[in-house]
Design a protein around this ligand. Sequence first.
Ligand code: NAD
Length: 468
Amino acid sequence: QATVQTAAPAPIDGDAAARIGALVRDLRVSFAAGRTKPVAWRRTQLRGLRDLLVRERPALEEALRSDLGKSPLEAHTTEIGFVLNEIDHTLRHLSSWLRPQRVSVPMALAPAKARTVREPLGTVLVISPWNYPVNLALAPLVGALAAGNAVVVKPSELSPATSALLADLLPRYLDPKAVAVVEGGVAESTALLEQRFDHIFYTGNAQVARIVMAAAVKHLTPVTLELGGKSPAIVEPGVDLAVTARRLVWGKFTNAGQTCVAPDYVLAVGDCADALQRELSAAVTEMFGSDPQASPDYGRIVNERHFDRLTALLDSGTVVSGGRHDREALYIEPTVLGGVTADTPVMAEEIFGPILPVLRVPDLDAAIAFVNERDKPLALYAFTGSEETRRRLTTETSSGGLAFGLPIAHLAVPDLPFGGVGESGMGAYHATASIDTFSHTKPVLEKSLALDTMRLAYAPVTDLKEKI
Ligand code: NAD
């Protein structure tokens, strides 16, 4: 896994734990008083969040540059603009998403009316990671607010500038009686997880997900777990390898590879590996120049621990292009690794960095077997000209999402639910999927007392009733 915090957490002092307890209690009081339920309140919060993103864009860009060396363009497309789109889409469709849904009633119960209504869950906890620290804290928040909940956001301590900025800004733009930010690391998360929440939405690695789920058991709190894994990209011969390579390079090296849905490795089918590797190297130069360290568009590794983990993986194959690194600058060059086999360290864990191994497989059957022998990935990508291949991959593999011809962009289709399956997570969000996640869909049945059509169901059983 990319990040495992193995050290036992230093416990936070009693005062800090008491403050966290009091904060969650206050939010529960706000929720119980009905503060967050009116749709007008929800819209006001979403507009407030919109204002925050628009007005504070320079500060957010600066925090993302400081935490991850993100360029303003990347900060906008993958974080700030992404959440703005989510807000706009939600504001546009919220009324229809919240509208009660009529369902038909069986003859035996007629006349009667049945419908489902959405009710907010209560006070929810959002724990987010460092790699998209704006997007992954605020996009779940959009859903939680739209569904009418009170929310605690716990940003990652590994992106400290963004965490501090969100802690400063959210209470100024949103209702502080219903939305709170708790900063900190393992100790603060642990203290939060001791509290009773009505839903926990966690994004991060699968080890910590197990800790979150175990903590949720105590209060029987439902969880959404947005995790990662090794997302494969299958490339078949006969496709336009130059376009394929550009798209893979874009998907892989955005945020220096620290993207949960980045193509983790390539399975090159048949004889296309050598040509693909050449095109991948050319695409890297085209996008980031011959010295990507000097490119304003290329990010940095989050910290020394990840830098050391990643550079150790460079020996898992032959460096086709890239491979240079600078620990002081937390820079690792976009690297294409050839001659990689399944038993090398780079194939043993989610890479979560700018190293793209290319593995050779003889045919599509071997590629499908390779995918199915491993944990279900968060995403599966394929570049193919064959309708039959698309059909087979859709029906014969399982992954959080599946995309043909373009990695990572399925997240940007607002009405596609986003989430994992198996080891890559459970539950989903974005648009209506967020409303599903952060609401209880309550069935409501209404039957008039005016005409007692239920008499057939009552005791005693008679011959006539049995015949009917
Ligand atoms: P991280 O280290 O920032 O951890 C995530 C959150 O968990 C942080 O807020 C952290 O404080 C908290 N945390 C850490 N240890 C904890 C503990 N013992 N108890 C309670 N809380 C704890 O981020 P990470 O885990 O390194 O994130 C990277 C992983 O997340 C990768 O596997 C990646 O694929 C996955 N990811 C998934 C998505 C998605 O949407 N599915 C998005 C981004 C990242």
